[in-house]
Design a protein. Sequence first.
Lengths: 293, 291
Amino acid sequence: MPHFFDPHIHMTSRTTDDYEAMASAGIVGIVEPAFWLGQPRTQVGSFIDYFSSLIGWERFRAKQFGIAHYCTMGLNPKEANDPRVADAVLELLPRYLQKDGVVAVGEIGYDDITPAEEKAFSAQLELAKNANLPVLIHTPHRDKKKGTERTIAVVRESGVPEEHVLIDHNNEETLPLVKETGCWAGHSVYPETKMTEARMVDLLKRYGLTKMVVNSAADWGKSDPLKVPKTAEAMRGAGFSAADIEVVLFENPVRFFEQSGRLNRGDMVAPKIDQAELFEGNSVLRGQVPRRS
Amino acid sequence: MTACVNPEALRQLIEQAVPDVAFRAFCEQLERLAPDFKLPAFLGAFTATARTLGRKPLGADEVCLTGTSGDLPLAGTTTDVAGRMLLLYTLAQAAPQQLPAAVKAAYEEGDSHEKLAVMRALPLLPEAERFIEVALDIGRVNELDLFSSLAAQNPYPSRHYNELAWNKLYMKAVFIDAPLSQMLGVEARNNAELSRMALEYVEQQESAGRRFPNEIWQAIAAHPPQGAVGKLLGYLSHAVPDLRLGAAAGLERVAEARTLSFLQERASVESDERVRAVLERTVHKLEKQRS
């Protein structure tokens, strides 16, 4: 059975059924980037609890389905604009960037392309340099091309090596810009917005497989946590080989995040599953018989 | 198990368990913290220890440490946990005024592995009773490894918990299937209220058609509430040998003269050797008492 790595998925907003379906579809590892919570947080304590859940409960929940869970830590661009939390979160980050299983700083970058976003973006590129971690960069939904150009300029100014940077949510307009750099290119395959499987396959045909990464970016919105295996299906249909699929949907993202020194391929080989385990007052089981392997 | 040693021995045990380069990096990390052990640097080192030392068996399963709260067995300890224990222990000696803040932050901001290491270090720390809130918090988690780091092979709860806190910890261990046989100080901490709670738990599980751990009979038998002995005798004829074994062990603990004839009868028909051995031992004991 092929195995996949989803390098950008917000499992906090997904159900346990999704974990089960993802495991059945061959997903063996994921990266959950820190982001917002659908509505603004009003105090830094909410970030502390959220960051703790990324290195605690979510990791535990994923493990119960045999999925290795890694995460990125960062102040997302939306909330970089909120003075109630922005500076305090930046102060908090160095400590959380040191945690095991934190494989990058992210997702950071631009949303509305404001001065506050730029300040947080630059500050976090510095944190990444200090922690020697790769960087996962979100590109804006609006004014996307200009936002991507500025993103590349800021990365270059920061001195973070380009091979340590994954610029995400690319489309036909932004990918050529990223391909001119040494950065990795991420693509979020969505049911309606962003990228579709068919368009993704076209991009792979046109630009090749090098440093190309595909994710589902699934969250609370209309999204699909199985878009990585579904992209594999589309690639197969378009004549890509099993080895090509392995490169784009497993090797590339794993190699990118391996640069952190904190991703262990061993975690993704025949993982030990014990659903009878419990975490901080919660089991993922609701009456069913635990699965052990 | 060999005699217990001073927690300073952790340094040598770690040295034996990890590559030289890792041990040197760890020692340098520790030296950089001295003499003032500033909190942010300490917490950074505490987190980084897992990467410096790795998470491998310490290989000191026969060793125990002499702690302020009692003896702490090192069986099952991994190198990351040992390193973090040594960091907290060293800070406690070198900068004791920093210890409360260090324990609180290492725990509250820690991932599951860091929290586990704090629990293993607690019984080594001076005036450890001041950290009881942190221990009580772990008593509320359901992640088995984390819960067991306090509830199993750790002298802290039996030394510092009041009766209510102890009983809650014991019942939580029952509930999440933590290894009861590894709770330290159970004999000394048994009490009538716990026996009542344990028996009610058994009854609740029976009603729901769910299982319960055999060891729970030991807590019930320490102060058998009304009806407990009858229930134990009933389980002696259960179809499942393990359940008969638990009940037989409970009745051995109760050692009540009125059970003698039932035990004799069961021993004569018992097919499981383990169960029969316990029954015969108990019969022998009761006969001796009578004569």
